[in-house]
Structures are given as C-alpha cells and as structure tokens.
Design a protein around this ligand. Structure first.
Ligand code: CA2
Length: 145
C-alpha cells in the first residue's frame, strides 16, 4: 500500500510559531515519525506540503491509481474549501481528514469541516500522533492490507 500525506497552508511553520497551540515538533519531525510507523507495516509514503489550494487539488487528482489512501491535513482550507471537497469526491481515493489540534475545542468556525462529509473519517487532537494514528486508519480503510 502507498499513502499520500498532504499538508495545507502554514503547516511548514510548525515548530517555529505558536508552540502553545501546535507544539515544537516540525513538519519534518512528523514526516520522520510517519515514515518509521509506515515502515513497520511495509507501507510506502509520500509526504507533501503546499500553501496553494490549487496545488493540493492537483495532487489529489494525481493520486488516483498511484496511492490507495490520502491522509489530508487541509489546515485552514478544512473550513473553507469547496474545491478540495469536490476534488476528494471526484477522484474517489479514500481520504482521511486529520488535525493536530482538537478543532472542536477551539473557535466555532473550526467546528465546521467542508471536507468531512467526503472523507472516510477524521482524527483530531493528538498533535503529531494524529499523523501516526492515520497510518493505522489507512490500513483499516484499505481492508487491513
Ligand atoms: O489542528 C490542525 O491541524 C489544523 O488543521 C491546523 C490549521 C488550522 O487552521 C485548523 O483549524 C486546524 C492551522 C495550520 C497552521 O499551522 C501553524 C503552525 C505554526 C504556526 C502557525 C500556524
């Protein structure tokens, strides 16, 4: 199995700004944790970040036939993006929504996810471990393989 991890805007700043909310772990640290976890199950991963909505859409479209599962932290686009929702629905690659923070314990606008209805499930609130848990969720989504 191959999993495509996609990260949205500003997640490249992890570990450098707002450590009280997002912790001190960098996105590169998280990628290393995910690679370790995936390697234990013989899973291949690709890990990308973009600040551009259209680039994320293109990557979702290109995932068809190359990846079995997408794990998506759409960051702020979670709460605003019709185009990401449409791409996930159109492409049909099973997608897992993840967040570092517990978005339901934060501002009300973060309680709404436009992508949740087209995702297989959601993991939120476990910091960097949301990504590690997503590897296990991806195995479940892929039928245990
Ligand atoms: O908790 C999450 O993972 C979020 O997707 C993070 C987004 C936020 O808009 C979502 O509501 C929840 C924000 C990502 C920005 O990350 C930063 C990291 C360090 C410094 C500033 C922003």
């Amino acid at each position: 199995m191959k999993i495509l991890f996609l990260n949205g805007p500003n997640l490249n700043l992890l570990g450098q700004r707002e450590p009280d909310i997002y912790g001190r772990t960098t996105l590169a640290d998280i990628e290393a944790m995910v690679r370790d976890q995936a390697a234990k199950s013989g899973i291949g991963i690709e890990f990308r970040q973009s600040n551009l909505e259209g680039e994320l859409v293109t990557w979702i479209q290109e995932a068809k036939g190359k990846f079995e599962v997408i794990v998506l932290n759409a960051a702020g686009y979670t709460h605003t993006s019709v185009v990401l929702r449409d791409a996930i629905a159109a492409v049909g690659v099973p997608t897992i929504e993840i967040h570092l923070s517990n978005v339901y314990a934060r501002e009300e606008f973060r309680h709404v996810s436009l992508i949740a209805p087209v995702c297989r499930g959601q993991i939120a609130g476990f910091g960097a471990n949301s990504y590690v848990l997503a590897v296990e969720a991806a195995i479940i989504v892929n039928g245990g393989k």
